[in-house]
Design a protein around this ligand. Structure first.
Ligand SMILES: Cc1cc2nc3c(=O)[nH]c(=O)nc-3n(C[C@H](O)[C@H](O)[C@H](O)COP(=O)(O)O)c2cc1C
Length: 403
């Protein structure tokens, strides 16, 4: 239920605007207070009266009409919102907010709010795939805005592809989950690293590894669900960042190092990434041509992020590492736990069936400083992430009590 929650719904000018009526109706059934702001273009698709009847509140469409109350409307709605939901969100509003444009009531209110803002995207596939739109998504996510990604299917324009508004029930479920999520990590900052890094050899080649980022992304999602402020620092992956994370994309280990240390004030740092340990001493400025015989690449070590974190760990900070091994897993993991001053290490044998990089499942053992350990059988990475988060929360709470 959403009793007592104030949700401001922004409706923009897309063909899916009629589905926003279903979303508003569902939010009302969950007992939320719903306030609708429509763009001028949205009113071409659906009448404000529909939303007025469903939300039982006056619908704002104009910036400069006579105020209906003595409040400055865009500020009062911006302040009142527990959550802002733009549904459907056009490519246009994404572009405007990503660039700080506030030229109507909706964009102005979005700019003025401190509430979490969710964009339920809906647009033609080509508009969705357009590099400008994609970079606008990245920019918005970097500033902590949330995307509700579109589904794929047959679009109203006849094209088939990504861009179809997510189902109204899924949108409402995301909103409900977000507002009702357990708050065991509320007020805590969690940094998660994920994915591989890439070290350039020449303009077309790089050294990397098979990390998919799935484990780290699942952990970031689990931390969001626990109410933490989550910074996800990720190397290149094929994944969409989970809703609610503050996302930083990096390419090299050096960049990951810098991004992590910018966030070294975190309460909990979970290093699930697989940064490249070595990089070429020199990056060729032109493509290296194929010659007969062998090619020797001189490699140097990249900065050891986990070790540096361990050395600089502040009191009360909780540091979790991962050990992906193909043999002697326990020995290597315990060595790493000690040498890098970690509080916990999650070890897995990546050579094992059902474990490791690319799959949706993993098999891990969690080792802690005090010698305790827990082996989890083969599980979905999302479930492992939740189990890991449970263990971290219990441990940090008992550490805090013993201080
Ligand atoms: C029939 C029709 C359907 C449209 N559907 C979409 C859509 O689904 N997504 C989108 O981004 N733009 C769509 N547009 C284009 C937007 O309406 C246009 O970019 C407009 O400027 C958006 O304004 P707003 O974001 O202020 O509401 C559509 C336009 C028309 C005429």
């Amino acid at each position: 239920m959403l009793s007592g929650k104030n949700i401001v719904v922004g409706v923009t000018g897309g063909i899916a605007a009629y589905k926003a009526a279903d979303v508003v109706s569902r939010l009302k059934k969950l007992d939320a207070n719903v306030y609708v702001i429509m763009t001028k273009h949205a009113t071409e698709f659906i009448q404000p009266l529909t939303f007025q009847s469903l939300s039982q509140n006056y619908v704002v469409t104009e910036m400069f009409e006579d105020p209906k109350t003595w409040d400055v409307e865009h500020i009062s709605l911006a302040k009142r919102a527990d959550l802002f939901l733009i549904v459907p969100a056009t490519a246009n509003i994404i572009g405007k907010v990503a660039n700080g444009i506030a030229d109507d009531m909706l964009t102005t209110t979005v700019m003025a709010t401190e509430a979490p803002v969710f964009f339920a995207l809906a647009m033609n596939t080509k508009m969705y795939q357009n590099k400008i739109t994609q970079s606008n998504f990245d920019r918005l996510m970097q500033f902590g805005y949330h995307m509700i990604w579109p589904d794929s299917g047959r679009l109203a324009c006849g094209d088939v592809g990504a861009g179809k508004l997510a189902a109204p029930e899924s949108i409402v479920e995301i909103v409900e989950d977000y507002l009702n999520r357990p708050k065991r990590l509320s007020g805590k900052k969690v940094v998660v690293t994920a994915g591989p890094t890439r070290e350039a050899v020449d303009p077309v080649r790089f050294i990397s590894n098979r990390s998919s980022g799935k484990m780290g992304y699942a952990i970031a999602e689990a931390a969001v669900k626990e109410g933490a402020t989550v910074v996800l620092i990720s190397g290149p992956t094929r994944l969409n960042p989970p809703i609610g994370v503050d996302f930083t994309g990096v390419t090299t280990t050096e960049e990951m190092y810098e991004a992590v240390f910018k966030n070294a004030d975190a309460d909990i740092i979970i290093k699930a990434a697989a940064p490249s340990d070595y990089r070429p001493v020199e990056v060729a400025s032109e493509k290296i041509k194929k010659e007969s015989g062998q090619l020797a690449l001189a490699l140097e070590k990249t900065p050891d992020i986990l070790k540096a974190l361990g050395l600089n760990k502040r009191s009360g900070q909780f540091l979790v590492g991962f050990a992906a091994e193909t043999q002697n897993v326990e020995t290597y993991a315990l060595k790493k736990l000690k040498e890098k001053n970690l509080d916990m290490i999650v070890a897995n044998n990546v050579a094992q069936q059902g474990a490791g990089f690319d799959g949706d499942t993993n098999i891990v053992t969690i080792y802690e400083r005090d010698g305790s350990s827990e082996s989890l059988g083969q599980m979905e990475k999302s479930k492992i992430a939740e189990a890991l988060m449970d263990r971290i929360i219990l441990r940090t709470q008992s550490d805090a009590k013993n201080e």
